[in-house]
Design a protein around this ligand. Structure first.
Ligand code: ATP
Ligand code: MG
Length: 417
């Protein structure tokens, strides 16, 4: 047996991991300003939870879930979570919030698991940073979340486009669904086998037909079927986005294929990603809490695909360097001991400092300092120690000067600008 990682599972080392953390940190900081509170939920849940919420006909439930039977729980079939929303809704209902305090703004973050064909931007373990807002049926909430996503993408300096649509509600969607079924039957020969199955089971997803994007050009348009209330809701969302200076495109072909989705659906696409370009996806799901056994409470949410957003960030060259401001090189036992003190002082001045091994030759250590991308090598030998100075070697400009130990932090910080 070879002890290698599984297909579709990734090790992220250094910059790639940092790009992921950066996305999560920035999202957290921005969501904080929108007064969204954290929720932590399990990675393992009853498989039924996802069958009930995502629907038997969704790709995720039909073929992507990692399930197994847990002997400890009375032979319960459990699943590694493929998405965050069902667990959050379960927790919300289980805590009784749907009845006691229905208005909640929550975010979650962590790994999701789907057994799908691995490719760039599509993995079997990936990370989502998601938001769910409950108890807010009003269009201003939809707009607020979209404004927040726009702010995050700008903050990350990722080039992006935002697409929105409305897929109506229980009142007006049946007519749209019927029109899609009719269209699907009429275009049977142009559709692939996946779509043939969708015609009866999940006709909205016909618009996701993967065979050829052109096929769906003649399909009915969800906006033509909206009732007055859904149209007014969508118009308000658009007005608020325009007033906030958020750029968006209306894409009447974009759907969410699950029954509980209502009204607003949206996606954000980032540049530099190839085929897997959707970095944020979400929508309103006013029927979900009730479907899962809770009160009739409105809901809306989205998830950021952190892996893809991190790839977009790196592709845009927007990942700031995290190299040390200085590498400390000491020569001799006494200087090595003092170097520990110097490093602590410099880090106290908010500098990024890496101490190099005291047990190597100067030439090796200077090469090492360059290799790790340090701006300066700060050199301390017995002579420097005795005089209270250090040698500061600028590795970018290949110059060296002596500075008083007490002034080293300022000298390094100054170069950083
Ligand atoms: P796709 O059409 O790309 O399969 P999806 O509709 O399955 O996306 P959602 O379930 O809406 O995606 O998840 C929200 C986001 O999570 C996606 O837009 C994407 O950024 C990310 N995501 C989904 N599946 C994966 C995966 N297997 N690997 C990496 N990121 C993923
Ligand atoms: Mg998918």
């Amino acid at each position: 047996m070879e002890l290698t990682r599984l297909r579709g599972f990734r090790d992220l080392i250094g910059a790639d991991a940092r790009a992921m953390s950066l996305v999560e940190e920035r999202a957290r900081a921005i969501f904080d300003r929108y007064s969204i509170k954290e929720i932590r939920i399990p990675v393992l849940e009853r498989a039924q939870l996802y069958q009930r919420s995502s629907g038997e006909t969704s790709d995720v439930v039909e073929k992507q879930m990692y399930t197994f039977t847990d002997r400890d729980e009375g032979e319960t079939v459990v699943a590694l979570r493929p998405e965050g929303t069902p667990g959050v809704v379960r927790a919300y209902i289980e805590a009784g919030l749907d009845r006691t305090d229905p208005e909640q703004r929550l975010f979650y973050s962590g790994p999701m698991f789907r057994r799908e064909r691995p490719q760039k931007g599509r993995y079997r373990q990936f990370y989502q940073f998601g938001v769910e807002v409950f108890g807010r049926p009003d269009a201003s909430c939809d707009a607020e979340l979209l404004i927040m996503i726009d702010e995050l993408c700008r903050d990350l300096k990722v080039p992006f486009t935002m697409e929105i649509n409305s897929i109506g509600d229980q009142k007006c969607r049946p007519a749209f669904r019927e029109a899609l079924v009719k269209w699907g039957r009429a275009h049977w020969d142009e559709l692939d086998e996946d779509c043939h199955n969708r015609i009866d089971r999940n006709p909205l997803r016909l618009l996701d037909c993967k065979r050829d994007a052109k096929v769906t050009e003649s399909a009915p348009n969800s906006l033509d079927f909206l009732c007055d209330e859904c149209r007014a809701h969508f118009d308000t969302v658009k007005e608020l986005l325009t007033a906030a200076g958020v750029q968006y495109l209306v894409n009447p072909r974009m759907v969410r294929g699950l029954d509980y989705y209502t009204r607003t659906a949206f996606e954000v696409m980032a540049g530099g990603l190839g085929a897997q370009s959707t970095v944020v996806a979400g929508g309103r799901y006013d029927g979900l809490v009730e479907t899962m056994g809770g009160a009739a409470v409105a809901g809306i949410g989205f998830a950021i695909g952190v892996d893809r957003m991190a790839l977009a960030l790196e592709a845009a060259g927007a990942l700031p360097a995290a190299t040390p401001d200085a590498a400390i090189i000491s020569m001799g036992a006494a200087a090595a001991r003092h170097a520990v003190v110097v490093a602590r002082v410099l880090r106290g001045a908010n500098l990024n400092i890496e101490m190099l091994s005291p047990e190597r030759k100067m030439k090796t250590l200077l090469a090492r300092a360059s290799k790790i991308g340090a701006r300066f090598a700060l050199i301390i030998g017995d002579d420097e120690l005795a005089r209270g100075v250090v040698q500061l070697r600028d590795l970018k400009q290949s110059t060296q000067r002596e500075v008083a130990e007490a002034e080293a932090a300022a000298a390094i910080a100054e170069a950083r600008g």
